[in-house]
Design a protein around this ligand. Structure first.
Ligand SMILES: Nc1ncnc2c1ncn2[C@@H]1O[C@H](COP(=O)(O)OP(=O)(O)OP(=O)(O)O)[C@@H](O)[C@H]1O
Length: 351
């Protein structure tokens, strides 16, 4: 018996690449997401991390069925919803909600907060006991806004408050899963923590499963019980938060972690508790139109060998890793990372 609520198997999205004039024709495909497997458990917070363009947003939109996958499957509570039509999707759509990065762009400027938050209830014909207005006021309170601001417009609120409005709207249908796509990256750093804390409270109190998309590991660390790291359309590592932060096995995770400035856990005094290597990856992320053969990370990896160009490493549990901690590397990092090691990579040393 599994408590997985939202599962992706081999999930793939290739956007057609068109060129030519006056008649456009397909000249290739952007391999935004390429055969990823992931399982989000009921009530958990699952972080999805990676650099810009690695396919996080596309994954979020596929999971919420805002985008049609090119291949693969999505299951919600055991039911295959990959190709579910509008009618079959309607009840599921209310249970899987999305919060977007830009709180302003995602709120209709001509609607009052009351109407915005009530919108999903209207669309789905839901009439809560006590009426929609009372429910909206309650939701505004839940997200830390003044219910008396019911008749105000989005421009009258700060960025953090607007994101709270977006969160209230996402909560209106009592979702079981919320996919939050970079929900705090457009906000001031001082406000970010408040919004993350709100999401954490909601996850704890309402038992909502969260897929929290972020480009850096620092934000996800405060919120996620499990974390998946993406690179160029693939998941390269997934595992419990502590496994990922303290014992990263994939070189890319290692490099991402080295950008986290502060100690990973101030309270942790174990020798492996803090990772402080400074790894500067050489070069840019390759194009998702023609990704490298074999391991997609190999062109930037200091460990790359011949095998990496010909054999794609499977996402598996490396020797010495905890259960459920999987990585996709032929030469995983040692199981325990020494404290305060300084790794300065010389691009000239790369194969
Ligand atoms: N509608 C589209 N048509 C063509 N290519 C697309 C489309 N949407 C995304 N892409 C491409 O797919 C790749 C993955 O994009 P995606 O937005 O999922 O990445 P991301 O990791 O969320 O990045 P960011 O943090 O910058 O949003 C990128 O190369 C992007 O340019």
């Amino acid at each position: 018996m599994t408590d997985d609520i939202l599962v992706a198997d081999g999930l793939t999205k290739h956007f057609p690449l068109m060129a030519g004039f006056p008649f456009k024709r397909r000249i290739g495909a952007v391999q935004a997401v390429d055969g990823i497997d992931l399982a989000v458990r009921s009530g958990e917070s699952f972080g999805l991390v990676g650099e810009s363009g690695c396919g996080k947003s596309t994954t979020g939109r596929l999971l919420t069925r805002l985008l049609e996958p090119t291949a693969g499957r999505i299951r919600y509570r055991g039911e295959d919803i990959t190709h579910a039509g509008r009618k079959e999707l309607a009840p599921i759509r209310s249970e899987i909600q999305m919060i977007f990065q830009d709180p302003y762009a995602s709120l209709n400027p001509r609607q009052t907060v009351g109407r915005i938050v009530a919108g999903p209830m209207e669309i789905n014909g839901i009439a809560p006991r006590g009426g929609r207005e009372a429910r909206v006021r309650e939701l505004l309170e839940v997200v830390g806004l003044n219910p008396e601001h019911y008749n105000r417009f989005p421009h009258e609120f700060s960025g953090g408050q607007r994101q709270r409005i977006g969160i209230a709207r996402a909560l209106a249908l009592e979702p079981k899963v919320i996919v939050a796509d970079e929900p705090v990256s457009a906000l001031d750093v001082s406000i970010q923590a408040q919004v993350v804390n709100l999401l954490r409270t909601l996850q704890g109190e309402l038992g909502i499963a969260f897929v929290f998309i972020a480009h850096d590991l620092a934000v996800v660390r405060h919120f996620s019980q499990r974390v998946a790291v993406m690179y160029l359309g693939k998941i390269v590592e997934v595992g419990g938060r502590d496994d990922i932060y303290r014992h990263p096995r994939h070189p890319y995770t290692h490099a991402l972690l080295s950008a986290v400035p502060e100690p990973l856990d101030a309270a942790d005094t174990s020798p492996e508790g803090t990772v402080r290597e400074r790894i500067r990856l050489a070069g840019d992320v390759p194009s998702p139109v023609s990704p490298p053969s074999g391991c997609r990370f190999r062109t930037r990896c200091w460990k790359a060998a011949d095998r990496c160009a010909t054999e794609e490493p499977p996402l598996v549990r490396a020797a010495g890793s905890a259960e459920g901690h999987l990585s996709a590397c032929h030469f995983p990092e040692p199981p325990t990372v020494a404290r305060d090691t300084e790794v300065v990579l010389d691009p000239a040393l790369r194969p």
